[in-house]
Design a protein around this ligand. Structure first.
Ligand code: CA
Length: 236
C-alpha cells in the first residue's frame, strides 16, 4: 500500500521544515508548497490525502483554495493551520469546507493526531461516499439509534427532544470533526435559522445535563471556543 500523502501549504520555511520532518518520521509522504499557486499545482499532481493549509500566503488568501480543492477531490481532508489572532478566519474556513484546524503554536503530537483522524475520515469517505450505515451510532456508552429514534446511556434510555436528537446525530455522523455553530444551525433549523446561536447552546446544555457530562472533561460534546462543537474521536 502506498504511503498517505500530506501536502503542507506554508510560506514560513522553519514551520514547514518542522512539520515535514515529523510527518515523514510518522511514515507519511510530505510535500511542501510555499505559495497558493504551487499548492494548486501540487494538489492536482500529487493527489494528497490531507492538506495542512496556512491561510496567510504570499500570493493569495489560503481561504480561496478551500472551495476549489473540495470541488476537485472532496475526499481530501483540509486542516487549516492558523494563527490565534485569526479566529474569524477559522470559522470561515470550516464553513467553506475545511475539515479541521489547529492553532499555532501547536505540538507535533496534536498535529499528528489530527492527521490520523483526517486520514480515517477520508478513507471512510472514499470507501462509502453515500455514508450508508446501519443508522446506529455508539460512543463510550452512548448509543443513538436513528431508525427507532432511541438514545441510551449505558443501556438506560435517555429522553431527547427532536432537536436534541438531531444535534447528537450531527455530532455522531461527523465524529472527530469540529462543526461550526452556523453549519449546525443550518442543518437543524434550515432556512429558519435563529439570529444567534443562543438556542443551539441551550440545546447542547440540555443534552449535556441529560448525559451527565462532566463539563471540565467532556467525553461526548467538546466546546471549540468561538467556533462550535466536536464529538471527540476515539483516539483522543
Ligand atoms: Ca503564512
Amino acid at each position: 500500500m502506498s504511503k498517505p500523502v500530506i501536502l503542507i501549504v506554508e510560506d514560513d520555511s522553519l514551520i514547514s521544515k518542522f512539520m515535514s520532518r515529523a510527518i515523514t518520521e510518522a511514515g507519511y509522504k510530505s510535500i511542501v508548497a510555499e505559495t497558493a499557486s504551487a499548492a494548486r499545482m501540487l494538489f492536482l499532481s500529487e493527489m494528497p490525502n490531507v492538506v495542512l493549509l496556512d491561510l496567510g500566503l504570499p500570493d493569495d488568501d489560503g481561504l480561496n483554495l478551500i472551495p476549489d480543492m473540495k470541488k476537485y477531490r472532496k475526499e481530501a481532508s483540509i486542516i487549516v493551520v492558523s494563527a490565534r489572532e485569526r479566529e474569524n478566519e477559522k470559522v470561515k474556513a470550516l464553513d467553506l469546507g475545511a475539515d479541521d484546524y489547529v492553532t499555532k503554536p501547536f505540538g507535533i503530537f496534536e498535529l499528528l493526531a489530527r492527521i490520523r483522524t483526517a486520514l480515517r475520515h477520508s478513507e471512510k469517505a472514499a470507501a462509502d461516499p453515500d455514508g450508508n450505515d446501519s443508522g446506529i451510532f455508539t460512543h463510550k456508552g452512548l448509543t443513538l439509534d436513528t431508525v427507532r429514534h432511541i438514545v441510551t446511556l449505558n443501556g438506560e434510555p435517555v429522553h431527547m427532544t427532536i432537536r436534541e436528537f438531531k444535534i447528537l446525530e450531527l455530532l455522531f455522523r461527523h465524529k472527530g470533526k469540529v462543526l461550526t455553530y452556523a453549519w449546525m444551525m443550518e442543518q437543524i433549523w434550515g432556512s429558519y435559522i435563529p439570529a444567534d446561536n443562543q438556542i443551539l447552546r441551550v440545546n447542547v446544555t440540555n443534552i449535556r445535563r441529560k448525559l451527565k457530562e462532566n463539563i471540565e472533561d467532556p467525553i461526548f460534546i467538546k466546546t471549540e471556543l468561538g467556533i462550535g462543537y466536536r464529538m471527540p474521536d476515539d483516539i483522543e
